[in-house]
Design a protein around this ligand. Structure first.
Ligand SMILES: *[C@@H]1O[C@H](CO)[C@@H](O)[C@H](O)[C@H]1NC(C)=O
Ligand SMILES: *[C@@H]1O[C@H](CO)[C@@H](O)[C@H](O)[C@H]1NC(C)=O
Ligand SMILES: *[C@@H]1O[C@H](CO)[C@@H](O)[C@H](O)[C@H]1NC(C)=O
Ligand SMILES: *[C@@H]1O[C@H](CO)[C@@H](O)[C@H](O)[C@H]1NC(C)=O
Ligand SMILES: *[C@@H]1O[C@H](CO)[C@@H](O)[C@H](O)[C@H]1NC(C)=O
Ligand SMILES: *[C@@H]1O[C@H](CO)[C@@H](O)[C@H](O)[C@H]1NC(C)=O
Length: 313
């Protein structure tokens, strides 16, 4: 299995979770309190509850006569789920909406990524021209551009055009962190019409069909040497694409926010969406009183992981 850096990061974050979860179990070996303990694991399978891993900790210790090394082995099966909450307290991205049929732009929710204890820099601040300001910090603390959402990343979904048999959406990802270039970013989107993507412009696209019955979720990522680098905040800190979708005859509608994504993940972390009752709506159509309940039947993140582990690229 070969992974590039972003993919590796996603996988590593899972492994960190795994380690966190199993660390209590392996911290102490009564036979040899000072010995070394190694944990190994193999991910066996995915289920709706998470993935199943086989954990094999081994303890090496010297026998009482100090002549030989022995090894104690035990294995057990664990089921783990990825907890975004463990990884960070707040979301790290948010989503905004607009449409050709309504002038209102629905912004990211305020403080979507948490406002407390956060510093930010205004986009016209002189500080930004001082040398070294963009240098990443060791602990990756961001230097955020001031926004009402305080997110390092915003994904904007614009319902752009309506054809007879197709419709077109525009996706723009904006970076608000002056200290981060996202190389090989990924965007996972869940929308019921993604089962009929006809063409994707300027981004690469892969449907996430690897996970059981999912056909409404897909992954967008940048084209190599063109836009797989999402530059630090500023004039070049954005990437854009358009998607052409073939209308799904029985379900397609501009009503009730149907044309907007149900879930969005940037680099594996779920982004905060605007609340459903503010979605742009068609003139003369009521707001989302009887909005379809978002299906949550499968975690796209798991699908993403599965894809990352299994895909031959
Ligand atoms: C524990 O690890 C250290 C460093 O890797 C090594 O020098 C030492 O011999 C190990 N101890 C045992 C009991 O294997
Ligand atoms: C762990 O799961 C694997 C595959 O499902 C199974 O073959 C194995 O017996 C299980 N081991 C334990 C210790 O439960
Ligand atoms: C991002 O990449 C550009 C071009 O390679 C570089 O000039 C800039 O310093 C980088 N910024 C950060 C925050 O690493
Ligand atoms: C996608 O999945 C849904 C429900 O699982 C199914 O009804 C639909 O026919 C599928 N669409 C395609 C194009 O396979
Ligand atoms: C997807 O598009 C194909 C033609 O490209 C069409 O035959 C099929 O019915 C469409 N699927 C759905 C679920 O609308
Ligand atoms: C556009 O949508 C907003 C809700 O997001 C609504 O308040 C407004 O009335 C709509 N505009 C029109 C022209 O229907």
């Amino acid at each position: 299995m070969e992974l590039n850096r972003t993919e590796l990061r996603s996988v590593l974050s899972i492994i960190v979770v795994l380690l966190l979860m199993s660390s209590h179990a392996v911290a102490y070996d009564p036979l040899d309190p000072t010995g070394n303990i190694t944990i190994k694991w193999d991910i066996m399978s995915w289920t709706a509850d998470g993935y199943v891993a086989m954990v094999v900790p081994s303890t090496t210790f010297l026998t009482p006569d100090k002549r030989r090394k022995t090894q104690a082995l035990m294995t057990w099966n664990v089921t783990c789920t990825y907890s975004q909450f463990l990884a960070s307290k707040h979301p790290t991205c948010c989503v905004s909406f607009s449409s050709f049929y309504n002038d209102t732009i629905i912004p990211c929710p305020s403080c979507a990524c948490g406002c407390e204890n956060k510093n930010c820099v205004k986009s016209d601040s002189k500080i930004l021209s001082s040398p070294g300001i963009n240098t990443p910090k060791k602990d990756n603390t961001p230097l955020l551009q001031c926004t009402h959402h305080m997110c390092p990343v915003r994904v904007h979904w614009h319902v752009k055009l309506n054809y007879k048999e197709y419709w077109r959406a525009k996706i723009a990802i904006t970076n608000f962190n002056y200290r981060m270039n996202y190389t090989q970013w990924t965007l996972v989107v869940q929308h019921p019409n993604l089962d009929n993507v006809t063409e994707v412009f300027s981004f690469e696209y892969k449907p996430l069909v690897a996970y059981g019955s999912i056909n409404d979720t897909g992954m967008f990522y940048g084209m190599k040497y063109y836009n797989d680098l999402l530059m630090e905040a500023g004039a070049y800190g954005n990437v854009q694409s358009e998607v052409l979708l073939r209308k799904n005859a029985d379900a397609f509608t501009f009503k009730q926010g149907w044309a907007f994504p149900r879930k969005v993940y940037f680099n594996g972390d779920e982004c905060m969406l605007p609340p459903p009752d503010v979605y742009p709506y068609l003139p003369n159509s009521s707001p989302l009183s009887d909005r379809v309940v978002l299906h949550n039947r499968a975690a796209p993140l798991l699908a993403l992981l599965l894809l990352l582990m299994a895909a031959p690229w």
